[in-house]
Design a protein around this ligand. Structure first.
Ligand SMILES: Nc1nc2c(c(=O)[nH]1)N[C@H]1C(S)=C(S)[C@@H](COP(=O)(O)O)O[C@H]1N2
Ligand SMILES: [Mo]
Length: 319
């Protein structure tokens, strides 16, 4: 655990610059929501042994639902791959809980099939499609990507999906389309944290149209060769690997092409801490912690953070 960096008081800029009353209230607000800082989060790198059996059993059902996908050799990495069971027991999915190690249990009643996705807005051919029909229509690829959460944890997993570009070409964006706005389901009976009315449900994320059309931007339907288990955002999620993880919205129900920049979920909650662009950048610290390095869930190995999470050759020209 020696490699865990817990920020010292003087390293937290807002400790100095924010009037104390505001600071305390904000901290209380953050605490009430169950949002904790990078230090505390780091203590749970993998699941406790007693729980491994439960999650292994849960994953079996999904492992049977294999997806046939072409391995895209352009997207491989040198770091060791994260173990499936580690990735499946360390999740951010605030609709269910803010406690990462228990998401896999809280999603038990979450039905991810059948599932419809609506694609609307500034497009020539709006459509509503069932996720399994969509999977049949799209060219599935497997890509191993590095993934970096804004909280400094990272992982390496094989995603299965199709380029978002291929989907957008089907609906034909009009020239007035500037942004892609994506929304997650809203069902507080199943996702109990959605009963917390202080949070701006449903979860919303967005990309510029150019970002959405970028080769790296993947609509993901599977992981480790099979369909997504619910904790990873089944049945359809985004993966934009050069951005912090919160951009990669899970369990998408609607995709809207728009001419206005959407307000994303975390930007509405804490605008000083989470922006719209959210590109991985070691030189821009989060107001409450450094982004200079990251640690791998499971192994706890630490690596220096790379600009654009190492994907600059694909995306640097966009900025
Ligand atoms: N709908 C929704 N999407 C979401 C989140 C969430 O809470 N709700 N969390 C985000 C964050 S902060 C991260 S780091 C990733 C985590 O994905 P994983 O659990 O598959 O690793 O999902 C992102 N997508
Ligand atoms: Mo995250």
């Amino acid at each position: 655990m020696a490699n865990i960096k817990i920020p010292k008081g003087w390293e937290i800029p807002e400790n100095r610059i924010t009037p104390e009353s505001v600071y305390i209230n904000r901290r209380k607000f953050i605490k009430d929501l169950g949002i904790v800082g990078a230090g505390a989060l780091s203590l749970f790198g993998s699941s406790a042994c007693a729980e491994n059996k439960g999650v292994a059993k849960q994953l079996e059902a999904y492992q049977k639902e294999k997806l046939s996908a072409v391995k895209n050799e352009n997207f491989t990495v040198t770091r060791p791959e994260t173990k499936e069971i580690v990735a499946a027991t360390y999740n951010n999915f605030y609709e269910f809980t803010s406690s990462k190690s228990t998401v896999w249990k809280r999603v038990e009643r979450f039905k991810t099939r059948p599932w419809e996705i609506e694609i609307t807005g500034h497009v020539e051919k709006p459509m509503t499609v069932d996720v399994d029909d969509l999977i049949k229509q799209m060219p599935l690829e497997e890509r191993i990507y590095r993934f970096r959460c804004v909280e400094t944890w990272a992982m390496v997993v094989p995603w299965v999906g199709f380029p978002m570009k291929a989907l957008l070409e089907k609906v034909q964006p009009k020239s007035s389309a500037k942004y892609v706005r994506m929304e997650t389901f809203f069902d507080p009976d199943v996702a109990s944290h959605q009963n917390d009315a202080r949070l701006p449900w449903p979860y919303v994320e967005g990309l510029t149209l150019a970002e959405a059309m970028n080769e790296l931007t993947l609509m993901v339907v599977g992981i480790y060769g099979h369909i997504l288990p619910p904790q990873h955002g089944a049945p359809l999620r985004l993966i934009a690997p050069w951005k912090y993880g919160f951009k990669s919205i899970k369990s998408i129900t609607s995709i809207e092409l728009t001419d206005k920049k959407p307000r994303n979920f975390w930007n509405v909650i804490l605008p000083r801490e989470y922006g719209f662009e959210a590109n991985v950048n070691p030189k821009v610290p989060h107001p409450r912690w450094s982004q200079a390095s990251e640690w791998m869930i499971g192994s706890m190995e630490r690596y220096p953070t790379k600009i654009y999470n190492g994907y600059g050759e694909y995306v640097a020209h966009l900025y």
